[in-house]
Design a protein around this ligand. Structure first.
Ligand code: NAD
Ligand code: UGA
Length: 458
Protein backbone atom coordinates (compact mmCIF):
# COMPACT_ATOMS: atom_id res chain seq x y z
CA UNK A 1 0.00 0.00 0.00
CA UNK A 2 1.10 3.56 -0.73
CA UNK A 3 1.11 5.53 2.51
CA UNK A 4 0.65 9.30 2.51
CA UNK A 5 3.27 9.80 5.23
CA UNK A 6 5.73 7.66 7.13
CA UNK A 7 5.89 8.26 10.84
CA UNK A 8 8.54 6.79 13.10
CA UNK A 9 8.43 6.67 16.88
CA UNK A 10 11.67 6.01 18.74
CA UNK A 11 10.85 4.42 22.11
CA UNK A 12 8.23 1.67 22.46
CA UNK A 13 7.31 2.23 26.11
CA UNK A 14 4.17 3.33 27.96
CA UNK A 15 3.95 6.42 25.75
CA UNK A 16 5.36 5.33 22.39
CA UNK A 17 3.34 2.10 22.19
CA UNK A 18 -0.15 3.40 23.03
CA UNK A 19 0.14 6.79 21.26
CA UNK A 20 1.37 5.25 18.03
CA UNK A 21 -1.25 2.50 18.17
CA UNK A 22 -3.92 5.20 18.40
CA UNK A 23 -2.41 7.25 15.55
CA UNK A 24 -2.30 4.06 13.45
CA UNK A 25 -5.96 3.36 14.19
CA UNK A 26 -7.08 6.90 13.36
CA UNK A 27 -4.79 7.50 10.37
CA UNK A 28 -4.99 4.46 8.07
CA UNK A 29 -3.31 6.53 5.36
CA UNK A 30 -0.10 6.84 7.42
CA UNK A 31 2.50 4.15 8.03
CA UNK A 32 3.56 4.05 11.67
CA UNK A 33 6.73 2.28 12.77
CA UNK A 34 7.74 2.05 16.42
CA UNK A 35 11.37 1.18 17.16
CA UNK A 36 13.25 0.43 20.34
CA UNK A 37 16.70 -0.78 21.35
CA UNK A 38 15.06 -3.20 23.78
CA UNK A 39 14.65 -6.30 21.61
CA UNK A 40 12.57 -8.17 24.21
CA UNK A 41 10.10 -5.30 24.34
CA UNK A 42 9.77 -5.20 20.54
CA UNK A 43 9.32 -9.00 20.42
CA UNK A 44 6.52 -8.64 22.97
CA UNK A 45 4.80 -5.90 20.91
CA UNK A 46 4.92 -8.30 17.96
CA UNK A 47 3.80 -11.30 20.03
CA UNK A 48 0.58 -12.55 21.62
CA UNK A 49 1.15 -10.73 24.93
CA UNK A 50 1.98 -7.03 24.56
CA UNK A 51 4.54 -5.74 27.06
CA UNK A 52 2.32 -3.35 29.05
CA UNK A 53 -1.05 -3.84 30.67
CA UNK A 54 -3.39 -1.07 29.61
CA UNK A 55 -7.16 -1.63 29.25
CA UNK A 56 -8.23 -1.66 25.58
CA UNK A 57 -4.71 -1.37 24.16
CA UNK A 58 -4.24 -4.96 23.09
CA UNK A 59 -7.29 -4.79 20.82
CA UNK A 60 -6.06 -1.65 19.06
CA UNK A 61 -2.61 -3.15 18.55
CA UNK A 62 -4.06 -6.41 17.24
CA UNK A 63 -6.26 -4.55 14.73
CA UNK A 64 -3.51 -2.34 13.30
CA UNK A 65 -0.37 -4.47 13.63
CA UNK A 66 1.23 -5.32 10.30
CA UNK A 67 -1.39 -3.22 8.47
CA UNK A 68 -0.10 0.28 9.17
CA UNK A 69 1.55 -0.31 12.56
CA UNK A 70 4.95 -1.99 12.74
CA UNK A 71 7.30 -2.72 15.65
CA UNK A 72 11.00 -3.13 14.94
CA UNK A 73 14.48 -2.98 16.44
CA UNK A 74 15.96 -1.50 13.28
CA UNK A 75 16.21 2.10 14.41
CA UNK A 76 18.50 3.17 11.54
CA UNK A 77 16.19 1.84 8.81
CA UNK A 78 13.21 3.45 10.53
CA UNK A 79 14.98 6.82 10.56
CA UNK A 80 15.98 6.53 6.90
CA UNK A 81 12.44 6.12 5.62
CA UNK A 82 10.57 8.45 8.03
CA UNK A 83 9.12 11.88 7.21
CA UNK A 84 8.17 12.67 10.80
CA UNK A 85 9.98 11.24 13.85
CA UNK A 86 8.43 11.22 17.31
CA UNK A 87 10.90 10.64 20.09
CA UNK A 88 9.39 8.96 23.16
CA UNK A 89 12.49 7.66 24.90
CA UNK A 90 12.78 7.72 28.67
CA UNK A 91 14.02 10.88 30.40
CA UNK A 92 14.65 9.76 33.99
CA UNK A 93 16.05 11.86 36.80
CA UNK A 94 19.83 12.19 36.51
CA UNK A 95 21.59 9.99 39.05
CA UNK A 96 25.12 11.34 38.68
CA UNK A 97 27.13 14.53 38.29
CA UNK A 98 25.72 18.05 38.02
CA UNK A 99 22.02 18.14 38.93
CA UNK A 100 22.01 14.54 40.24
CA UNK A 101 18.70 13.70 41.90
CA UNK A 102 16.81 16.52 40.15
CA UNK A 103 17.77 17.33 36.57
CA UNK A 104 16.53 15.24 33.65
CA UNK A 105 19.02 12.72 32.29
CA UNK A 106 19.06 13.58 28.61
CA UNK A 107 21.62 11.00 27.45
CA UNK A 108 19.01 8.78 25.72
CA UNK A 109 17.48 11.78 24.04
CA UNK A 110 20.79 13.15 22.80
CA UNK A 111 21.91 9.74 21.50
CA UNK A 112 18.69 9.60 19.54
CA UNK A 113 19.33 13.02 18.00
CA UNK A 114 22.79 11.98 16.86
CA UNK A 115 21.45 8.73 15.44
CA UNK A 116 18.76 10.63 13.53
CA UNK A 117 21.38 12.88 12.01
CA UNK A 118 23.67 9.97 11.07
CA UNK A 119 20.88 8.16 9.22
CA UNK A 120 19.06 11.01 7.50
CA UNK A 121 19.40 11.69 3.80
CA UNK A 122 16.75 14.44 3.90
CA UNK A 123 15.54 17.00 6.46
CA UNK A 124 12.79 15.81 8.80
CA UNK A 125 10.32 16.94 11.40
CA UNK A 126 11.42 15.81 14.86
CA UNK A 127 8.72 15.78 17.52
CA UNK A 128 9.54 15.73 21.23
CA UNK A 129 7.03 13.32 22.75
CA UNK A 130 9.11 12.65 25.85
CA UNK A 131 8.77 15.11 28.70
CA UNK A 132 11.77 17.42 28.55
CA UNK A 133 13.17 20.49 30.27
CA UNK A 134 12.08 23.78 28.72
CA UNK A 135 14.49 24.83 25.94
CA UNK A 136 15.63 21.27 25.12
CA UNK A 137 14.49 21.81 21.52
CA UNK A 138 17.16 24.48 21.18
CA UNK A 139 19.95 22.03 22.05
CA UNK A 140 18.43 19.43 19.74
CA UNK A 141 18.23 21.89 16.86
CA UNK A 142 21.89 22.71 17.36
CA UNK A 143 22.93 19.06 17.22
CA UNK A 144 20.72 18.27 14.25
CA UNK A 145 21.29 21.39 12.19
CA UNK A 146 25.06 21.57 12.60
CA UNK A 147 25.53 19.06 9.80
CA UNK A 148 27.58 19.30 6.64
CA UNK A 149 24.90 17.59 4.51
CA UNK A 150 22.87 20.81 4.19
CA UNK A 151 19.89 19.20 5.90
CA UNK A 152 17.37 21.17 7.92
CA UNK A 153 15.43 19.70 10.84
CA UNK A 154 12.46 21.32 12.58
CA UNK A 155 12.16 20.34 16.25
CA UNK A 156 8.62 20.49 17.66
CA UNK A 157 7.19 19.77 21.08
CA UNK A 158 4.06 17.63 21.34
CA UNK A 159 3.99 16.50 24.98
CA UNK A 160 1.81 13.59 25.98
CA UNK A 161 -0.85 13.97 28.67
CA UNK A 162 -2.22 10.42 28.85
CA UNK A 163 -2.52 8.77 32.25
CA UNK A 164 -1.76 5.08 32.71
CA UNK A 165 -4.78 2.88 33.21
CA UNK A 166 -6.90 5.22 31.04
CA UNK A 167 -4.45 5.70 28.17
CA UNK A 168 -6.76 4.53 25.40
CA UNK A 169 -9.67 6.75 26.49
CA UNK A 170 -7.27 9.67 27.01
CA UNK A 171 -5.79 9.23 23.53
CA UNK A 172 -9.13 8.71 21.81
CA UNK A 173 -10.74 11.69 23.46
CA UNK A 174 -8.04 14.04 24.74
CA UNK A 175 -8.91 17.24 26.65
CA UNK A 176 -6.37 18.81 24.35
CA UNK A 177 -3.40 18.07 22.13
CA UNK A 178 -0.56 20.59 22.43
CA UNK A 179 1.77 21.29 19.53
CA UNK A 180 4.57 23.83 19.84
CA UNK A 181 6.94 24.92 17.12
CA UNK A 182 9.21 27.74 16.09
CA UNK A 183 7.12 30.60 14.68
CA UNK A 184 9.15 30.78 11.48
CA UNK A 185 7.63 29.84 8.06
CA UNK A 186 9.38 26.41 8.26
CA UNK A 187 8.31 25.94 11.88
CA UNK A 188 4.69 26.78 11.12
CA UNK A 189 4.66 24.45 8.10
CA UNK A 190 5.99 21.60 10.26
CA UNK A 191 3.46 22.44 12.97
CA UNK A 192 0.67 22.09 10.40
CA UNK A 193 1.89 18.62 9.44
CA UNK A 194 1.65 17.48 13.04
CA UNK A 195 -1.74 19.19 13.47
CA UNK A 196 -2.92 17.25 10.39
CA UNK A 197 -2.15 13.94 12.12
CA UNK A 198 -4.30 14.67 15.17
CA UNK A 199 -7.00 16.42 13.14
CA UNK A 200 -7.91 12.93 11.82
CA UNK A 201 -9.90 12.50 15.06
CA UNK A 202 -9.37 15.34 17.53
CA UNK A 203 -11.74 18.34 17.15
CA UNK A 204 -9.75 21.29 15.86
CA UNK A 205 -10.66 23.43 18.88
CA UNK A 206 -8.93 20.86 21.12
CA UNK A 207 -5.65 21.14 19.24
CA UNK A 208 -3.67 23.92 20.90
CA UNK A 209 -0.82 25.55 19.04
CA UNK A 210 1.94 27.47 20.78
CA UNK A 211 5.56 28.37 20.59
CA UNK A 212 7.91 25.49 21.30
CA UNK A 213 9.01 26.70 24.75
CA UNK A 214 5.45 27.09 26.01
CA UNK A 215 4.67 23.53 24.89
CA UNK A 216 7.74 22.10 26.64
CA UNK A 217 7.07 24.03 29.84
CA UNK A 218 3.31 23.33 29.88
CA UNK A 219 3.93 19.61 30.22
CA UNK A 220 6.05 20.05 33.35
CA UNK A 221 3.58 22.56 34.75
CA UNK A 222 0.55 20.32 34.12
CA UNK A 223 2.14 17.48 36.09
CA UNK A 224 3.28 19.86 38.82
CA UNK A 225 -0.25 21.28 39.22
CA UNK A 226 -1.83 17.80 39.31
CA UNK A 227 0.67 16.52 41.87
CA UNK A 228 0.29 19.72 43.89
CA UNK A 229 -3.44 19.04 44.28
CA UNK A 230 -2.73 15.56 45.62
CA UNK A 231 -0.10 16.87 48.05
CA UNK A 232 -2.44 19.67 49.12
CA UNK A 233 -5.27 17.31 50.02
CA UNK A 234 -2.81 14.87 51.59
CA UNK A 235 -1.45 17.66 53.81
CA UNK A 236 -5.02 18.35 54.92
CA UNK A 237 -5.58 14.61 55.55
CA UNK A 238 -3.03 14.77 58.36
CA UNK A 239 -4.86 17.71 59.91
CA UNK A 240 -8.20 15.88 59.59
CA UNK A 241 -6.79 12.94 61.54
CA UNK A 242 -5.99 15.33 64.41
CA UNK A 243 -9.30 17.21 64.40
CA UNK A 244 -12.07 14.68 63.63
CA UNK A 245 -12.74 16.41 60.30
CA UNK A 246 -13.16 13.91 57.44
CA UNK A 247 -10.95 14.50 54.39
CA UNK A 248 -13.59 13.06 52.04
CA UNK A 249 -16.14 15.56 53.30
CA UNK A 250 -13.63 18.41 53.09
CA UNK A 251 -12.64 17.42 49.52
CA UNK A 252 -16.29 17.30 48.49
CA UNK A 253 -17.06 20.62 50.16
CA UNK A 254 -14.20 22.44 48.47
CA UNK A 255 -14.44 20.54 45.15
CA UNK A 256 -18.03 21.66 44.56
CA UNK A 257 -16.70 25.21 44.20
CA UNK A 258 -16.49 25.36 40.43
CA UNK A 259 -13.28 27.40 40.70
CA UNK A 260 -11.60 24.53 42.55
CA UNK A 261 -13.31 21.56 40.88
CA UNK A 262 -13.61 17.98 42.18
CA UNK A 263 -10.80 16.13 40.40
CA UNK A 264 -7.45 15.08 41.88
CA UNK A 265 -8.61 15.64 45.44
CA UNK A 266 -8.52 12.02 46.59
CA UNK A 267 -6.37 11.76 49.68
CA UNK A 268 -4.09 8.75 49.52
CA UNK A 269 -0.97 7.08 50.80
CA UNK A 270 0.80 9.32 48.29
CA UNK A 271 1.17 9.79 44.58
CA UNK A 272 3.42 7.50 42.57
CA UNK A 273 4.11 6.89 38.91
CA UNK A 274 7.12 7.47 36.76
CA UNK A 275 6.50 11.14 36.13
CA UNK A 276 5.10 13.37 38.88
CA UNK A 277 8.19 13.33 41.11
CA UNK A 278 10.63 13.25 38.20
CA UNK A 279 8.97 16.17 36.41
CA UNK A 280 8.62 18.34 39.51
CA UNK A 281 12.26 17.78 40.45
CA UNK A 282 13.16 18.72 36.91
CA UNK A 283 11.11 21.93 37.25
CA UNK A 284 12.82 22.62 40.59
CA UNK A 285 16.23 22.20 38.98
CA UNK A 286 15.36 24.51 36.10
CA UNK A 287 14.11 27.18 38.53
CA UNK A 288 17.27 26.85 40.61
CA UNK A 289 19.45 27.17 37.55
CA UNK A 290 17.69 30.48 36.71
CA UNK A 291 18.21 31.66 40.31
CA UNK A 292 14.50 31.39 41.16
CA UNK A 293 15.07 29.88 44.60
CA UNK A 294 11.62 30.68 46.04
CA UNK A 295 9.87 29.13 43.04
CA UNK A 296 12.06 26.05 43.28
CA UNK A 297 11.37 25.69 47.01
CA UNK A 298 7.63 26.06 46.48
CA UNK A 299 7.48 23.16 44.02
CA UNK A 300 9.96 21.00 45.89
CA UNK A 301 7.61 21.07 48.89
CA UNK A 302 5.06 19.14 46.80
CA UNK A 303 7.51 16.23 46.53
CA UNK A 304 8.61 16.49 50.16
CA UNK A 305 5.01 16.37 51.37
CA UNK A 306 4.44 13.29 49.22
CA UNK A 307 7.44 11.49 50.71
CA UNK A 308 6.28 12.45 54.22
CA UNK A 309 2.76 11.15 53.55
CA UNK A 310 4.15 7.72 52.61
CA UNK A 311 6.38 7.59 55.70
CA UNK A 312 3.45 8.78 57.83
CA UNK A 313 1.45 5.78 56.62
CA UNK A 314 4.21 3.40 57.76
CA UNK A 315 4.33 5.23 61.11
CA UNK A 316 0.56 4.85 61.54
CA UNK A 317 0.86 1.09 61.01
CA UNK A 318 3.77 0.87 63.42
CA UNK A 319 2.20 2.90 66.23
CA UNK A 320 -1.21 1.20 65.89
CA UNK A 321 0.38 -2.24 66.13
CA UNK A 322 1.71 -1.40 69.60
CA UNK A 323 4.96 0.08 68.25
CA UNK A 324 6.34 -3.17 66.91
CA UNK A 325 5.74 -5.05 63.69
CA UNK A 326 8.75 -7.33 64.02
CA UNK A 327 7.75 -10.84 62.95
CA UNK A 328 4.17 -9.72 62.24
CA UNK A 329 2.60 -10.68 58.93
CA UNK A 330 1.31 -7.61 57.11
CA UNK A 331 -0.55 -8.05 53.83
CA UNK A 332 -0.24 -5.24 51.28
CA UNK A 333 -3.15 -5.33 48.86
CA UNK A 334 -2.00 -3.51 45.77
CA UNK A 335 1.50 -2.72 44.59
CA UNK A 336 0.92 -0.82 41.31
CA UNK A 337 1.08 2.98 41.67
CA UNK A 338 -2.59 3.19 40.66
CA UNK A 339 -5.33 0.81 39.56
CA UNK A 340 -5.54 -0.71 36.07
CA UNK A 341 -1.83 -0.78 35.43
CA UNK A 342 0.99 -3.20 36.19
CA UNK A 343 3.39 -0.24 36.48
CA UNK A 344 5.08 0.12 39.88
CA UNK A 345 7.45 2.98 39.13
CA UNK A 346 7.70 5.23 42.24
CA UNK A 347 4.73 3.38 43.72
CA UNK A 348 4.08 4.37 47.34
CA UNK A 349 3.77 0.62 47.99
CA UNK A 350 7.55 0.37 47.52
CA UNK A 351 8.14 2.87 50.36
CA UNK A 352 5.61 1.13 52.59
CA UNK A 353 6.99 -2.37 51.93
CA UNK A 354 10.54 -1.19 52.57
CA UNK A 355 9.57 0.78 55.70
CA UNK A 356 7.83 -2.28 57.18
CA UNK A 357 10.66 -4.64 56.22
CA UNK A 358 13.11 -2.30 57.95
CA UNK A 359 11.04 -2.88 61.09
CA UNK A 360 11.38 -6.63 60.43
CA UNK A 361 7.74 -7.19 59.54
CA UNK A 362 6.85 -10.18 57.38
CA UNK A 363 5.47 -8.32 54.35
CA UNK A 364 3.16 -10.10 51.89
CA UNK A 365 2.70 -8.32 48.58
CA UNK A 366 -0.43 -8.95 46.53
CA UNK A 367 -1.56 -7.32 43.30
CA UNK A 368 -3.61 -8.53 40.32
CA UNK A 369 -1.04 -7.31 37.75
CA UNK A 370 2.11 -6.08 39.44
CA UNK A 371 3.48 -9.09 41.36
CA UNK A 372 6.14 -9.97 38.73
CA UNK A 373 7.48 -6.40 38.80
CA UNK A 374 7.19 -6.25 42.63
CA UNK A 375 9.50 -9.26 42.84
CA UNK A 376 12.11 -7.29 40.91
CA UNK A 377 11.55 -4.08 42.89
CA UNK A 378 11.91 -5.78 46.29
CA UNK A 379 14.38 -8.53 45.52
CA UNK A 380 16.90 -7.22 48.05
CA UNK A 381 14.41 -7.62 50.94
CA UNK A 382 15.05 -11.38 51.04
CA UNK A 383 12.93 -13.31 53.53
CA UNK A 384 11.18 -10.18 54.84
CA UNK A 385 8.87 -10.26 51.82
CA UNK A 386 6.57 -12.84 50.20
CA UNK A 387 4.43 -12.54 47.09
CA UNK A 388 0.91 -13.88 46.68
CA UNK A 389 -1.47 -12.89 43.88
CA UNK A 390 -4.54 -14.26 45.69
CA UNK A 391 -5.61 -11.58 48.22
CA UNK A 392 -7.31 -14.12 50.51
CA UNK A 393 -4.16 -16.21 50.80
CA UNK A 394 -2.11 -13.04 51.32
CA UNK A 395 -4.29 -12.07 54.30
CA UNK A 396 -4.26 -15.51 55.95
CA UNK A 397 -2.64 -15.28 59.37
CA UNK A 398 -1.96 -11.53 58.96
CA UNK A 399 -1.98 -9.10 61.86
CA UNK A 400 -2.78 -6.26 59.50
CA UNK A 401 -3.96 -5.61 55.96
CA UNK A 402 -3.13 -2.40 54.09
CA UNK A 403 -4.83 -1.31 50.87
CA UNK A 404 -2.24 0.45 48.73
CA UNK A 405 -3.80 0.45 45.25
CA UNK A 406 -7.44 1.25 44.51
CA UNK A 407 -8.13 -1.93 42.46
CA UNK A 408 -11.89 -2.26 42.06
CA UNK A 409 -11.86 -5.92 43.14
CA UNK A 410 -10.60 -4.98 46.61
CA UNK A 411 -13.90 -3.23 47.34
CA UNK A 412 -15.77 -6.48 46.74
CA UNK A 413 -13.59 -8.78 48.86
CA UNK A 414 -15.32 -10.99 51.43
CA UNK A 415 -14.01 -9.26 54.55
CA UNK A 416 -15.79 -11.72 56.90
CA UNK A 417 -13.66 -14.46 55.35
CA UNK A 418 -10.53 -12.30 55.60
CA UNK A 419 -11.19 -11.39 59.25
CA UNK A 420 -11.78 -15.04 60.18
CA UNK A 421 -8.39 -15.99 58.68
CA UNK A 422 -6.42 -13.17 60.37
CA UNK A 423 -4.77 -12.86 63.78
CA UNK A 424 -6.75 -10.97 66.42
CA UNK A 425 -6.93 -8.09 66.97
CA UNK A 426 -7.15 -7.44 63.23
CA UNK A 427 -6.02 -4.12 61.75
CA UNK A 428 -6.98 -2.63 58.43
CA UNK A 429 -5.23 0.38 56.91
CA UNK A 430 -7.00 1.87 53.92
CA UNK A 431 -4.39 3.89 52.04
CA UNK A 432 -6.87 4.69 49.29
CA UNK A 433 -10.10 5.26 51.23
CA UNK A 434 -12.03 2.81 49.06
CA UNK A 435 -13.65 0.62 51.73
CA UNK A 436 -16.72 1.03 53.93
CA UNK A 437 -14.87 1.75 57.16
CA UNK A 438 -17.86 1.75 59.50
CA UNK A 439 -19.05 -1.64 58.21
CA UNK A 440 -15.56 -3.11 58.63
CA UNK A 441 -15.29 -1.68 62.13
CA UNK A 442 -18.67 -3.25 62.99
CA UNK A 443 -17.34 -6.61 61.76
CA UNK A 444 -14.48 -6.34 64.25
CA UNK A 445 -11.60 -4.69 62.35
CA UNK A 446 -9.64 -1.79 63.80
CA UNK A 447 -9.77 0.59 60.85
CA UNK A 448 -7.32 3.34 59.98
CA UNK A 449 -8.04 5.37 56.87
CA UNK A 450 -6.37 8.45 55.38
CA UNK A 451 -7.69 11.71 56.82
CA UNK A 452 -10.34 10.10 59.01
CA UNK A 453 -10.68 9.46 62.72
CA UNK A 454 -9.43 5.93 63.45
CA UNK A 455 -12.14 3.39 64.30
CA UNK A 456 -10.54 1.36 67.04
CA UNK A 457 -12.04 -1.17 69.43
CA UNK A 458 -9.65 -0.17 72.21
P1 NAD B 1 9.54 3.81 29.02
O1 NAD B 1 10.77 3.61 29.81
O2 NAD B 1 8.36 2.91 29.24
O3 NAD B 1 9.88 3.71 27.44
C1 NAD B 1 10.99 4.35 26.86
C2 NAD B 1 11.58 3.40 25.83
O4 NAD B 1 12.59 4.10 25.09
C3 NAD B 1 12.25 2.15 26.42
O5 NAD B 1 11.62 0.98 25.93
C4 NAD B 1 13.72 2.27 25.97
O6 NAD B 1 14.31 1.02 25.65
C5 NAD B 1 13.58 3.13 24.73
N1 NAD B 1 14.83 3.81 24.36
C6 NAD B 1 15.69 4.50 25.13
N2 NAD B 1 16.70 4.97 24.40
C7 NAD B 1 16.50 4.58 23.12
C8 NAD B 1 17.20 4.76 21.90
N3 NAD B 1 18.35 5.46 21.86
N4 NAD B 1 16.69 4.20 20.79
C9 NAD B 1 15.55 3.49 20.82
N5 NAD B 1 14.83 3.29 21.94
C10 NAD B 1 15.29 3.83 23.08
O7 NAD B 1 9.12 5.34 29.24
P2 NAD B 1 7.65 5.98 29.08
O8 NAD B 1 6.88 5.78 30.34
O9 NAD B 1 7.07 5.57 27.77
O10 NAD B 1 8.05 7.51 29.02
C11 NAD B 1 8.69 8.07 27.90
C12 NAD B 1 8.63 9.59 28.01
O11 NAD B 1 7.26 10.03 28.02
C13 NAD B 1 9.23 10.15 29.31
O12 NAD B 1 9.85 11.38 29.01
C14 NAD B 1 8.03 10.38 30.19
O13 NAD B 1 8.25 11.42 31.11
C15 NAD B 1 6.97 10.79 29.19
N6 NAD B 1 5.58 10.51 29.59
C16 NAD B 1 5.25 9.32 30.18
C17 NAD B 1 3.91 9.05 30.49
C18 NAD B 1 3.48 7.74 31.13
O14 NAD B 1 2.30 7.59 31.43
N7 NAD B 1 4.35 6.78 31.35
C19 NAD B 1 2.92 9.99 30.16
C20 NAD B 1 3.30 11.18 29.55
C21 NAD B 1 4.63 11.43 29.25
C1 UGA C 1 0.02 11.53 35.23
C2 UGA C 1 -0.87 12.61 34.62
O1 UGA C 1 -2.20 12.46 35.11
C3 UGA C 1 -0.86 12.52 33.10
O2 UGA C 1 -1.62 13.61 32.55
C4 UGA C 1 0.59 12.59 32.59
O3 UGA C 1 0.62 12.45 31.19
C5 UGA C 1 1.39 11.48 33.24
O4 UGA C 1 1.33 11.62 34.68
C6 UGA C 1 2.84 11.53 32.87
O5 UGA C 1 3.35 12.55 32.50
O6 UGA C 1 3.43 10.47 33.05
P1 UGA C 1 -0.24 8.94 35.73
O7 UGA C 1 0.97 9.15 36.57
O8 UGA C 1 -0.27 7.83 34.77
O9 UGA C 1 -0.56 10.26 34.90
O10 UGA C 1 -1.51 8.72 36.70
P2 UGA C 1 -2.41 9.73 37.58
O11 UGA C 1 -3.82 9.34 37.40
O12 UGA C 1 -2.08 11.15 37.35
O13 UGA C 1 -1.99 9.33 39.06
C7 UGA C 1 -0.72 9.64 39.58
C8 UGA C 1 -0.66 9.28 41.04
O14 UGA C 1 -1.46 10.16 41.84
C9 UGA C 1 -1.18 7.86 41.33
O15 UGA C 1 -0.37 7.25 42.29
C10 UGA C 1 -2.57 8.13 41.88
O16 UGA C 1 -3.02 7.10 42.72
C11 UGA C 1 -2.34 9.41 42.66
N1 UGA C 1 -3.56 10.21 42.87
C12 UGA C 1 -4.22 10.74 41.81
C13 UGA C 1 -4.02 10.43 44.16
O17 UGA C 1 -3.42 9.96 45.15
N2 UGA C 1 -5.16 11.19 44.34
C14 UGA C 1 -5.84 11.73 43.30
O18 UGA C 1 -6.87 12.41 43.54
C15 UGA C 1 -5.36 11.49 42.00
Amino acid sequence: MNFKKKILCIGAGYVGGPTMAMIARKCPDYKITVVDINAARIAAWNGPEIPIYEPGLEEVVRQQRNKNLFFSTDVDAGIREADIIFVAVNTPTKSFGEGAGKAADLQYWEKTARQILANSGKGKIIVEKSTLPVRTAEAMERILNSNDKGLHFEVLSNPEFLAEGTAIADLENPDRVLIGSRETPEGLKARQEVVDIYAHWVPRKNIIESNVWSAELSKLVANAFLAQRVSSINSISALCEKTEADVGEVAYAIGTDSRIGPKFLKASVGFGGSCFQKDILNLVYICQSYGLTEVADYWESVVKLNQWQQQRFVQTILSSLFNTVAGKRIALLGFAFKADTGDTRESPAITVARGLAEEHAQVVVSDPKAVPQAKIDLKDLGTFVEFEVDPYKACEGAHAVAILTEWKQYKDLDFDRILASMQAPAFLFDGRNILDHKALFDKGFNVFAIGKTPLSHF
